[in-house]
Design a protein. Structure first.
Length: 185
């Protein structure tokens, strides 16, 4: 069994959706969480986490944290000595995600309401950055917040980009096409 199967069992998706949708969480599809936003389908989340490859003790920025499900998954993956910085633009979803993580005892997460600036530069650099909504173009400011050797996984239009910052500070991009996400607001 891979580490993601175990983590997905520990962090039950049912605890991160509105109560009226609990019976649909076993479906491999995105589900609405309000305010025009969704909780991503499990297969997509597993792929993105695999590309991100979070390690124990990493500092991770989770942009578009929504209901807190990916935030909680990341918190488990980086372990108690890692930290996840969750960012969400919609205040009600910031509260929803924070409450959901607290209910299951996640302690290594800090929640923030997004500003007009992408990310959280004041806490940079990050070993990993996960973006769960689609940008029209790659926000280069996120590359500046990525540590050397770090990875950024971000949907851009209908592809997911897997970006690695090399030891020389160069950027390597691998494109995974064929995805649809809610827009990055």
């Amino acid at each position: 069994m891979d580490k993601f199967e175990d983590i997905f069992r520990q962090v039950d998706r049912r605890l991160f959706v509105p109560k009226k949708l609990v019976d649909q969480t076993d479906l491999d599809m995105p589900l609405p969480i309000g305010f025009g936003q969704t909780i991503s389908q499990p297969t997509t989340v597993k792929l993105m986490l695999g590309w991100l490859d979070p390690q124990s003790e990493d500092r991770v920025m989770d942009i578009g944290s929504g209901s807190g499900w990916t935030t909680a998954l990341l918190a488990h993956l980086v372990g108690p000595n890692g930290t996840v910085f969750a960012i969400e633009k919609i205040p009600e979803l910031v509260a929803f995600g924070k409450n959901n993580c607290q209910k299951i005892g996640v302690k290594n997460v800090r929640f923030f309401k997004a500003t007009k600036e992408y990310g959280l530069p004041k806490f940079a650099p990050y070993n990993r950055i996960l973006v769960s909504a689609s940008a029209q173009n790659l926000p280069t400011t996120l590359l500046n917040q990525l540590a050397v050797g770090g990875k950024l996984v971000i949907p851009v239009k209908n592809s997911v980009l897997e970006i690695t910052k090399t030891k020389d500070g160069d950027i390597n991009i691998e494109e995974h096409p064929g995805f649809i996400f809610v827009p990055l607001v």
